[in-house]
Design a protein around this ligand. Structure first.
Ligand code: NOJ
Ligand code: CA
Length: 543
């Protein structure tokens, strides 16, 4: 494979902090029960008050919503329920005025079955879209090892490959090694795949020219089929990145790949640390909250007050990627997203959550806050599935703004809401937390502000582990830049802990945030004492 080392990244990424918005659940401006783009514009001052610098918006395009918009029927048009293209353009502009960049979701691998390309492609007569999707060459060929196909859909004699649900037919980017026994498998440079590639570029260009700052790319690693090691898919993205570097050098591409060491090499500016691809993420934050050691089939997360987690389950994997990419790209680290249920608040107190934010907001890469996590919104278990959400639905409920009707999300009749709202008496709201200096919201704001003030805590500043042992607490690490060094320590365990680690400096540490821990330098062997469920950021002289 030809290796094209990624070019320098857009400068704004270095201190970026993202906020992810699920448009249908954020704020409903016209009382129809569904969040919309004017609603997001309405809440931009709030978003700005968090200190975040960018927003990733889940798909907002025309769609039958069989998978919440990940089944696009028109890449060039905002879905009516969210507003118009002019509304989206206004969101880009209003965002810029507040130094907030808006990034869209690019569903590159498949469309909806209602996309006009697919409707044409499913016709038996050959036409210009015949090869836009992957069809077997005979209807009865429906057992294709390694793929899922849908049969009997139309009069076209063949089955189509799907990427996810049956309603999401895979676009044809070709096969890395077409099987001669299956002549319907086209090479990546066949005319159909080449045209689909051009369509992808046109979509990217359209929105960047309108003012979008980039894309989160859905299932980015799986465009080309039968592609061992994703080599051809990587080449495809390298080509797109090379083109972007020339035409839109300030735009950012974020992949849903889950293998940062591969995705960054493919040309993405960043890739997500998410359960899909990186089980270490789950080991860190989301293993089941079972009754006790040995009784829980899933084990424990490191961020669990019972203190039975193993930080190495996360760290070994994370460092494996981190050490391969270093300053070539960034790892995006989310508090949660629309696919992860439960939300981060599950089983955690405000102080537990503060520690999670302390960790995420001092790690290298780019932090992503899933809307509502900044106030500790809860997921609603056992909701019926909505728009293909299934078990993900409970993490997608409407934002809780105030004590007004429908938590201030919408003036619609409650039964008309996109999803039900948490009915708990003590449900968190923005308004209540605005008025409480000790609320999670205020703590998150303080942590965001600290990250933004200190380059040592940002994207590519060096990161070094000082104390991490299997089955032990705390976790202690170092972040450094030219001028400053910080020691960061987190103890999610509810009992106090102590740790010793070597560090070549004799300065007196200064507490920037959190527990005024007993952090003592002792002949280059440092000692830290942390009370239960505590952590902090400590400035030290450079080693
Ligand atoms: C990943 C998206 O995050 C998820 O929500 C969606 O269902 C699938 N890709 C299919 O597009
Ligand atoms: Ca609305």
């Amino acid at each position: 494979m030809k290796e094209t080392p990624p070019k320098s990244k857009p400068e704004w990424l270095e201190n970026a902090i993202f906020y992810q918005i699920y448009p249908q659940s954020f704020y409903d401006s016209n009382g129809d029960g569904i969040g919309d783009i004017p609603g997001i514009i309405n809440k931009l001052d709030y978003i700005q008050s968090l200190g975040v610098t960018a927003v990733w918006l889940n798909p907002c395009f025309v769609s039958p919503f069989q998978d919440a918009g990940y089944d696009v029927a028109d890449y060039y048009k905002v879905a009516k329920r969210y507003g118009t293209n002019s509304d989206l353009k206004r969101l880009f502009e209003e965002g810029r005025k507040r130094d907030i960049r808006i990034l869209l979701d690019l569903v590159a691998g498949h469309t909806s079955i209602q996309h006009p390309w697919f409707m044409e492609s499913s016709k038996p007569e050959r036409n210009q879209y015949t090869d836009y999707y992957i069809w077997t060459d005979a209807h009865w060929k429906w057992e294709i090892p390694g793929y899922r196909v849908v049969s009997g859909y139309s009069q076209r004699d063949g089955c189509y490959l799907t990427n996810f649900f049956y309603s999401q037919p895979a676009l044809n980017y070709g096969f890395a090694n077409p099987d001669p026994n299956h002549p319907w498998q086209q090479p990546v440079d066949a005319p159909g795949p080449m045209r689909v590639r051009q369509e992808l570029k046109s979509i990217i260009r359209f929105w960047l020219e309108m003012g979008a700052s980039g894309f989160r790319v859905d299932m980015a690693g799986s465009l080309i089929k039968g592609d061992p090691g994703n080599r051809e898919t990587m080449k495809l993205w390298q080509e797109i990145r090379a083109w972007l570097d020339v035409e839109f050098p300030d735009a950012c591409l974020i992949s849903e790949w889950g293998v940062p060491s591969q995705a960054i090499q493919a040309g993405f500016h960043m890739d997500f640390c998410i359960p899909f691809g990186m089980p270490g993420y789950t080991a860190l934050l989301r293993k089941a909250f079972g009754p006790g050691p040995g009784t829980d089939p899933y084990g424990f997360s490191f961020f669990d007050s019972r203190g039975h987690g193993n930080i190495m389950e996360f760290l070994d994997e994370y460092l494996g990627h981190y050490q391969k990419i270093l300053d070539m790209g960034l790892i995006a680290f989310p508090t949660g997203n629309h696919d992860i249920n439960p939300r981060i608040s599950k089983g955690r107190s405000t102080t537990d959550l503060e520690l999670v934010f302390l960790f995420i907001l001092t790690m290298p890469g780019v932090p992503f806050i899933w809307y509502g996590d900044e106030i500790g919104m809860r997921s609603l278990d056992y909701l019926p599935s909505k728009e293909g959400g299934y078990n993900r639905t409970g993490a997608r409920t409407p934002m809780q703004w105030s004590e007004d009707t429908n938590a201030g999300f919408s003036t619609a009749a409650t039964e008309k809401l996109y999803l039900p709202i948490d009915q708990a008496k003590d449900r968190p709201t923005v308004l209540q937390q605005e008025n409480d200096p000790d609320s999670l919201l205020q703590r998150v704001r303080r942590l965001v502000a600290i990250r933004k003030t200190h380059p040592a805590l940002q994207g590519s500043a060096p990161f070094k582990i000082l104390f991490a042992h299997p089955g032990e607490y705390p976790l202690v690490f170092l972040r450094e830049a030219d001028q400053e060094s910080f020691i960061i320590a987190v103890n999610p365990f509810s009992h106090s802990v102590e740790a010793e680690f070597p560090y070549l400096s004799n300065s007196v540490p200064q507490t920037i945030y959190g527990a005024a821990a007993g952090l003592i330098a002792n002949n280059n062997l440092w000692k830290i004492h942390l009370p239960g469920t505590s952590g902090g950021i400590y400035r030290v002289a450079k080693s």
